[in-house]
Each structure stands twice: as C-alpha cells, then as structure tokens.
Design a binder for this molecule. Structure first.
Ligand SMILES: [Zn+2]
Length: 240
C-alpha cells in the first residue's frame, strides 16, 4: 500500500511539474513535418533554432531551407567563394540542430519574384509535404527576407492552405519591424544549442547577432513564462 501511495504521489508531482510547459506549447504537438524557409544561411537558426530543436525533440521531421546561399555575404569574396563558405557553415549548423538542409537557387542580394520563382517555391513545398512552414515576416527591412516571405505566402495560397503558415522574427528593430506575435515557444532548454548552431556561421558577426537575439529571446521568454522564448505570427485563413 505504501508503494502504491508513493507511486501515486510521484505521478501527481510529475503531472503538476510538467503540465504548464505542455499546456503552453500544445499548439506545436500536432506538427510532424516542418520547413523553416530563411533567406540567408543563419536566418532559420537565429529566427527559430530553439523551436526547430524542440520540434525535433518532440518527434517532428524538421528541414532548414536556405533560399539563397549567402553569395553577397562576405566582403572581398566572390559570389562563388562566399556561397561555398556559407553553405558549409549552414550544413554544420544543421548538424548541431539535428535537422536536414536544403539549398534553393536564388542569389543573395538579387532575389527575384516572377512566375518561375513562384512555381519553384510551390514545387519545393509540394515535394516536401510539410504540415507547418515558418518563414520571414513579410515586411522585414531586408529585401531578400520580404521576397522569400511572399513566395512562401503565395505557395500557401496556391496549394490550398494545406499547411499552417507562421512568420518569425530576426534582429527585431533592425530587420523585423512592427511584429506582434500570437504564438510562443519556451526555448530555455534549447537556447544553448541554438547559440552553438548559429555560431557555426563564423564568416558572420555572430556576437552582434547574439546581442540582438538574446534581448529578443529574453523578452519573448518573459511573455511565455520562460527564461528564453521564440515567438511567431500565425497566418489566419478561415473559410466562410
Ligand atoms: Zn537574412
């Protein structure tokens, strides 16, 4: 009898101690296949690396999609040299997060919106069959972020809204503007691994990125009762 009482006590304590975390992120639990589509190497990692790691821990398949290969991202290097360096860095970051990487064919600083590019984004999403896609907020200050976002948005419409679409934030105040999230993820346990992942981008000024992102993630953590958080805007669509 004593053993049964003790077992019940342990179960109750476990339930009480884990319920707030589970309840806060029940919205994540249904997703099994997630694409994170960022404009440049380091965007998926900084935007939502904690959520990517957490989703993978919850059993989802997570893919990091790089819209460009960062061709214009290293001063003094040719496009080809930059692309090679930044592709290798992104692959290492994906290894740290335990996710797969896909590289699209747009060019950093010269991204395009036309019929062929709409079709390319739609084809990628149809081939991968995600139930959740995270991409940039459509009015980021960086042109490549905006173009990436509207191509994803268009694919969402053209595929009949058959996945849930979320927007994330990067360097809010500098790159993401007027962002008012409606979904949060507590990434306190994943924060160190996220930082380790984005520091794989050695060609970029990651200490500066970390200053911006730590401040953001502390703010989003406060909003979801954690030390560090990430936040998203879900794109809504309701049939009449
Ligand atoms: Zn970017």
């Amino acid at each position: 009898m004593k053993t049964i009482k003790f077992t019940l006590f342990v179960i109750v304590v476990l339930l009480i101690s884990t319920t707030p975390i589970l309840a806060a992120e029940r919205w994540l639990e249904s997703y099994k296949k997630v694409l994170v589509i960022g404009a440049h190497p380091d965007d998926p990692e900084t935007m939502c690396g904690g959520t990517m790691i957490k989703l993978r821990e919850m059993g989802a398949e997570v893919v990091s999609v790089y819209f460009t290969s960062g061709e214009a991202g290293i001063p003094g290097k040719t496009h080809e040299e930059s692309s090679n360096i930044r592709t290798a860095e992104a692959k290492r970051a994906c290894e740290v997060m335990g996710v797969r990487a896909i590289f699209m064919t747009q060019i950093d600083g010269n991204t395009e919106v036309n019929k062929a590019r709409y079709a390319e984004m739609k084809a990628l999403i149809e081939a991968e069959k995600p139930d959740m896609v995270i991409t940039h907020w459509p009015i980021d200050s960086h042109r490549d972020h905006r173009i990436c976002s509207i191509l994803v948005y268009d694919a969402w419409r053209q595929t009949g809204y058959n996945f849930d679409l979320y927007y994330g934030e990067v360097m809010t105040g500098l790159q993401t503007q007027t962002f008012a999230p409606n979904h949060w993820v507590n990434i306190t346990k994943q924060h160190d691994q996220k930082v380790k992942a984005y520091y794989c981008h050695e060609s970029q000024d990651m200490p500066v990125v970390q200053e911006w992102h730590d401040a953001m993630e502390i703010l989003r953590g406060m909003e979801c009762h954690g030390k560090y958080g990430e936040a998203f805007v879900k794109q809504q669509w309701t049939e009449e």
